[in-house]
Design a protein around this ligand. Structure first.
Ligand code: HEC
Ligand code: HEC
Length: 356
């Protein structure tokens, strides 16, 4: 009898060790996926595409200089600014228009002008001078200094890529970090972390959304009132397409349309972990999800951006030394869970009284 017990116990120990090795080893030792390798849970909407990437897809070829150069005569305006800029100035990669100079502290050179010699585009072109960013890139205002330095180095060291090989602007972002000095990284981190994140995305549950076109990863509502089913997507559009897309107005906000029921489902997952499906986010990102120590705030940020990150982390495209803490959070999430989680998180107020 006694022998049997031992044999059984030993067999169980060996069996569970083999079982554990089989599960753990591939995740510990597997090479991170190469860019262009296709994950299983596709969320192409988050990357600005209607259909999943196919093997072999890459970023679109750079424009071949076709079309007219941007107009450098007509003076344009945005609501609330007394300044005027031409379209050429608005899109100038080495010193884009700053519509609201009183919005923000003085920009360090790398943020205001980039670095022409190394083809580093001014951070303020894509992320705006106030760091609010757009759905197709990232909001960077109010992220902790240490987090910004860390994640820029992850980009630099190939620990952070896009899960969608077609996403050209992420590739450009990676390219900039490769030629940024430590001092430039610190200056940019100091600048963007010195500003608060403030709300500007309205989350709306709906089963139908405006028909859209996609411009460089940004969804823009078409003229007219044509609608289509939302399906399992989040459609994040500028409230004023012209102000955002053409004039790059950093005060012009966004609406994020999310499937019905997302907020309720997301709240359960985010606040309780959903009975083991994930881990409640507040423990690490702060009770109000506005960041904790070096960890980034999530509340009120772009749901498309957040979904890309959860997907990139889940599929190993983002795998820096801090990313391990997020692995158990995302391991069991389905694309629908991701939609619900980011919808809820984005709907939260960005800054409560007395936050950081
Ligand atoms: C061509 C547009 C573009 C420019 C210019 C640009 N970025 Fe980015 N940046 C992006 C995109 C796109 C992402 C998001 C990547 C993703 O979603 O996968 C990003 C992400 C980031 C993030 C990560 C945010 C987070 O929450 O983890 C930081 C920090 C950042 N950029 C800083 C900078 C700095 C500093 C500069 C200037 C040197 C800069 N960016 C210039 C496009 C740009
Ligand atoms: C055990 C701690 C921990 C928990 C719990 C946790 N996170 Fe995180 N999270 C992190 C860390 C650490 C990072 C930074 C990862 C990196 O730098 O790659 C992060 C990064 C992220 C990012 C990327 C942010 C950005 O600006 O790019 C998102 C999105 C995110 N977490 C969402 C969530 C959500 C949603 C939950 C709850 C469902 C959650 N996290 C729970 C530790 C945690």
């Amino acid at each position: 009898m006694r022998n049997w017990t031992w044999v059984l116990a030993l067999t169980l120990i060996v069996a569970s060790a083999v079982f554990a090795a089989a599960i753990v080893a591939p995740t510990l030792f597997a090479k991170p996926p190469q860019q262009g390798q296709i994950g299983t849970a596709q969320v192409p909407w988050a990357y600005g595409y209607n259909t999943p990437a196919k093997a072999g897809d890459g970023p679109p070829a750079a424009g071949g200089g076709g079309g007219n150069p941007p107009d450098n005569v007509t003076q344009k305006h945005v609501d609330g600014s007394t300044l005027a800029f031409t379209q050429a100035q608005i899109g100038n990669g080495f010193g884009p228009a700053d519509w609201f100079p009183n919005d923000h502290p003085q920009m360090p050179d790398i943020v205001a002008h980039g670095k022409r010699a190394d083809m580093v585009t001014a951070c303020s072109l894509c992320h705006y001078p106030n760091g609010k960013g757009r759905a197709e890139n990232a909001g960077v205002a109010g992220l902790p200094y240490d987090y910004i330095v860390h994640t820029l180095n992850d980009f630099k060291n190939d620990a952070r890529k896009s899960g969608d090989p077609r996403k050209a602007n992420t590739n450009r972002m990676i390219g900039f970090t490769k030629v940024m000095t430590d001092d430039e990284i610190k200056a940019a981190a100091q600048y963007f972390s010195s500003m608060k994140w403030t709300p500007w995305i309205k989350v709306v549950e709906t089963s139908t959304v405006p028909k859209t076109r996609i411009a460089g990863g940004l969804y823009v509502a078409l003229e007219g009132n044509d609608k289509e089913p939302i399906g399992q997507r989040i459609i994040e559009v500028p409230v004023n397409g012209e102000a955002t897309e053409t004039l790059r107005d950093p005060h012009s906000p966004f609406t994020a349309y999310v499937p019905p029921g997302s907020l309720k489902k997301g709240k359960v997952l985010v606040t309780t972990g959903g009975g083991g499906k994930t881990i409640a986010c507040g423990a690490c990102h702060g009770a109000d999800l506005q960041g904790l120590g070096p960890l980034p705030g999530l509340a009120g940020r772009s749901p498309s951006y957040l979904a890309r990150q959860l997907y990139d982390i889940q599929n190993g495209f983002r795998h820096g030394s801090w990313t391990d803490l997020m692995k158990p959070v995302v391991a069991k999430l389905t694309p629908d869970d991701i939609i619900a989680i980011v919808a809820y998180v984005s709907s939260l107020p960005a800054a409560s009284e007395g936050a950081r």
